[in-house]
Write a protein that binds this ligand. Structure first.
Ligand SMILES: Cc1cc2nc3c(=O)[nH]c(=O)nc-3n(C[C@H](O)[C@H](O)[C@H](O)COP(=O)(O)OP(=O)(O)OC[C@H]3O[C@@H](n4cnc5c(N)ncnc54)[C@H](O)[C@@H]3O)c2cc1C
Length: 507
């Protein structure tokens, strides 16, 4: 007997920013005939229009959708990113790179960083970054994609830095091309079923209506359906992450070089970003309004600009936290509508991507939503948010900076118990809490702990077993191999411009 196909689930995505178009495109592409996707967006309201730095996972997203990487880079004016260069975080005047890559290799079952800690105790180690190919390549301004084998050249990953105002439209073109229906209009009312509370219909300003089975709320900070209509509770994390404003200001390029990394610089009231794209540099000052006024931040970002500003500073307001549940009834919030963690580690687009992935895995293809799927989605999303939150707080808390009220606050504040436990484990044993899923594994935590001068009291005693001279030689050989590898890499600009297919047309 022929199998009868289930009726397609009608998915309505509200919002045409990065989150909305990523969700619509991925659902349409990866669920195919199982769904019918309609996206509603309002040109009058517009998009937040920031979000330029990403994590390596974005590459998997682009690839799964079958998008050509060069075409993507060209359309979004993107550059390659090997990590983040942090300055003035642990201590004024100090810097380190958090790379998309590892530091050395495990030996005899003991992580490399334990050997580094032992050699450092003996005064025989160079900075940790010198044992990472990603760090050395980034600092040398070099780039090429990693090798797909197990050699040293495979020990890093990369992400993109792109123009946020071009990424959404690129995903829109892609989505429209695979059958997503776009409806332009402002939603003024969200109708719910009286009995179940499920959302049934969106009513537009001009009276048109859009009906659906499942609603994806990508309405940005407004969170029109989840936060608004369903009143889902907001968990506020501003006591740990007090930054709640950003003054963003694009500038022209300063030099011929394009750094293959994002720069993050600690400032008296927070920090500022510097993100090199093909055609300009993105700058912004993320700050806490409790410690600094918007005018002060705008004048600080103007003062920090190394080249010609391409626009006046634009102030964005936000708060750190997330909705208690990202999926309630038949509404799934993705992107800023679900929560926000400041862009210190470029995690927001990753959190969007991860929510889309979990939604596709748990999608109600065979009928009504199963509450167990919904609970699992919420558990996974919460876990991701909580881990990112703790990692961000670490950057502020593991500092000796005492030069402003802001840094005094974050240095001395109480941190969540989950982070307290991780920091204690590291301080006492040199070990990093392990987990199977989620973002930021050992190398990331080690980069920040060591980079910010938060060194452990002890490390793995097994580092004493091998002959110390042999370990010293092995570490020296690794550095030598890294130097050779970096010398053979093309410059970032050279690699980028090596193929015309990647180059954006001049604006
Ligand atoms: C200062 C700052 C810096 C950031 N930097 C980074 C970064 O480096 N890396 C990173 O990963 N992320 C970053 N982010 C986050 C990133 O900008 C967002 O995750 C991303 O842009 C997704 O936004 P969104 O689509 O959820 O919301 P939005 O872009 O705000 O889109 C909301 C959409 O909903 C629509 N809408 C709203 N209300 C209605 C209505 N009533 N009717 C119809 N349509 C409606 C709007 O028109 C719009 O299309 C940053 C965020 C900020 C604030």
């Amino acid at each position: 007997m022929p199998l009868t196909r289930p009726k397609p689930v009608k998915v309505v995505v509200l919002g045409g920013g990065t989150a909305g178009w990523m969700s619509a495109a991925a659902l349409a592409k990866l669920l195919g005939d199982l769904v019918e996707v309609e996206l509603v967006e309002s040109e009058d309201i517009g998009i937040v229009g920031v979000g330029e730095a990403t994590l390596p996972h974005i590459r998997g997203f682009v690839e799964r959708l079958g998008i050509d990487e060069d075409a993507f880079i060209k359309a979004t004016h993107a550059t390659y990113k090997l990590g983040i260069d942090f300055r003035d975080f642990g201590r004024l005047g100090e810097s380190y790179v958090h790379p998309f890559g590892s530091f050395g290799e495990e030996f005899a079952g003991v992580g490399f960083h334990h050997y580094w800690l032992e050699m450092q105790r003996q005064g025989r180690a160079d900075p940790l970054g010198s044992y990472s190919l990603a760090v050395e390549a980034a600092l040398a301004g070099k780039f090429r994609p990693p090798a797909e084998d197990t050699s040293l050249a495979s020990t890093y990953g990369y992400a993109y830095q792109f123009d946020a105002t071009l990424f959404g439209p690129f995903m829109r073109e892609f989505g429209l091309g695979i059958g997503v229906k776009r409806t332009e209009g402002k939603v003024v009312e969200v109708c719910q079923d009286a009995a179940s509370g499920d959302v049934t219909t969106l009513v537009l300003e001009d009276g048109r209506t859009v009906e659906g089975d499942l609603f994806v709320d990508c309405s940005g900070f407004r969170s029109l359906m989840l936060g608004g209509a369903l009143g889902e509770e907001w968990e506020d994390w501003s006591r740990w992450l007090p930054c709640d404003r950003a003054a963003a200001m694009p500038c022209s390029h300063v030099t011929e070089e394009i750094e293959p990394f994002t720069q993050v610089i600690g400032m008296p009231g927070g920090w500022r970003w510097r993100i090199p794209l093909q055609h300009r540099i993105g700058n912004g000052y993320v700050f806490a309004s409790a410690f600094m006024s918007e005018d002060e931040a705008c004048s600080a970002i103007r003062g920090a600009a190394e080249s010609m500003p391409l626009a006046d500073p634009r102030v964005l307001r936000f708060r750190a936290g997330r909705r208690a549940r990202s999926w309630n009834r038949n509404v799934v919030a993705i992107g800023l509508a679900s929560g926000f963690l400041e862009p210190l580690e470029s995690t927001s687009i990753y959190l969007t991507q991860m929510a889309i992935t979990y939604l596709i895995e748990l999608f109600p293809v065979n009928g009504p939503i199963d509450s167990r799927d919904r609970d699992e989605f919420n558990r996974l999303v919460d876990m991701e948010y909580d881990r990112v939150r703790d990692f961000l707080i670490l950057h502020y808390h593991a500092t000796v900076r005492d030069d402003s009220e802001f840094w005094n606050h974050v240095r001395t504040m109480e941190v969540p118990d989950t982070l307290k436990g991780k920091m204690e484990l590291w301080r006492e044993t040199g070990r990093v809490e392990r987990y199977a899923d989620g973002l930021f594994y050992d190398a990331s935590w080690i980069a920040v702990y060591v980079g910010q001068g938060f060194l452990p009291r002890r490390h793995d005693p097994r580092t004493a077993i091998p002959d110390p001279a042999g370990i010293g030689r092995a570490m020296g050989s690794l550095q030598q191999a890294i130097r050779q590898e970096v010398a053979a890499m093309p410059g970032h600009r050279e690699f980028l411009t090596g193929r015309a297919e990647r180059l954006a047309e001049a604006p």
